[in-house]
Write a protein that binds this ligand. Structure first.
Ligand SMILES: *[C@@H]1O[C@H](CO)[C@@H](O)[C@H](O)[C@H]1NC(C)=O
Ligand SMILES: *[C@@H]1O[C@H](CO)[C@@H](O)[C@H](O)[C@H]1NC(C)=O
Length: 256
């Protein structure tokens, strides 16, 4: 652990800061963790497929909860317990997005994502929500594809958002064909996860490659909404407007 390259601190700090000091932090889990689906049978089933609506916060969070649960045994082989599961960074980051209102309709039409409307709704107009799709749906479906989740690839289907459906893949086969490179990087990570000879450092390296690939694709797809969002909604000081989005994404998505 001592000689990890600098970028790994981003991933490691994210989960260790939130989970290691459990004595000072009463609830280290993301918001609504307990009410999120924790197993496939918590989702509804249609025609033999689990149907997940990733545009509802606790359903999207449930994908992370299942992912962390199903990968626990692999991390327990490498490190002492599942607090060290490097995938914790993803649900924690998503919880932060929810807590800070970043998943709500950025045009503040008071419906999706607002207490007065539908508080659990994730808005497809939220740039954060769209970016996070590539860090939730893709890692989840790649985990299904690589056999980590214990169900077959055609047993799960995500529901499309109310608009812009073509920007999002909904199941293993459509994600593999729409985003082959990113899915392959996530798959590589899970292959190494299942290989008992992988080191913790190797896993961080493959996870980071997959993470960056997800952000890289997503940032190109949502570049327009990023410009809109940065000029209208967000604090200008967060991001230098002259840089290209890809350069600061890893940093930006982890700033708390
Ligand atoms: C995974 O989920 C199952 C079912 O909810 C639970 O019994 C088990 O303790 C969980 N495992 C871990 C490591 O969290
Ligand atoms: C995957 O989703 C596409 C639409 O996005 C659909 O045409 C296809 O039948 C689905 N495949 C499976 C195996 O569910």
């Amino acid at each position: 652990m001592a000689l990890l390259p600098p970028w790994t601190c981003v991933l490691v700090a994210c989960f260790s800061a939130s989970l290691a000091g459990t004595s000072d932090v009463p609830d280290p889990y993301p918001p609504l963790w307990k009410m999120s689906a924790g197993q496939f049978s918590d989702y509804r089933v249609e025609n033999g497929k689990y149907i997940i609506d990733p545009w509802v916060y606790n359903e999207r969070m449930g994908m992370y909860k299942i992912l962390v649960n199903k990968t626990a045994s692999y991390f327990e082989n490498i490190v002492a317990n599942n607090d060290q599961n490097i995938l914790w960074g993803l649900p924690l980051q998503h919880g932060w997005q929810y807590r800070t209102g970043r998943l709500a309709d950025p045009l503040q039409r008071k419906g999706c994502g607002y207490e007065s409307g539908d508080p659990l709704c994730i808005s497809v107009d939220s740039w954060w929500a769209d970016m996070n799709y590539f860090l939730s749906a893709l890692p989840f479906l790649a985990a299904v594809d690589s056999g980590v989740m214990g169900i077959s690839s055609d047993q799960v289907m995500l529901l499309p958002p109310p608009k812009d459906q073509t920007k999002f893949c909904l199941n293993v086969s459509s994600c593999l064909s729409s985003f082959p490179e990113t899915m392959s990087k996530w798959n590589t990570f899970y292959q190494h996860l299942q290989d008992p000879s992988s080191s913790f450092e190797d896993l961080l390296k493959y996870l980071w490659a997959a993470h960056v690939s997800s952000l890289d694709y997503a940032s190109r797809i949502f570049e327009d909404s990023f410009i809109l969002f940065i000029t209208t909604i967000e604090n200008y000081h967060l991001v230098p407007l002259t840089s290209t989005p890809q350069k600061f994404f890893p940093l930006l998505t982890f700033s708390a």
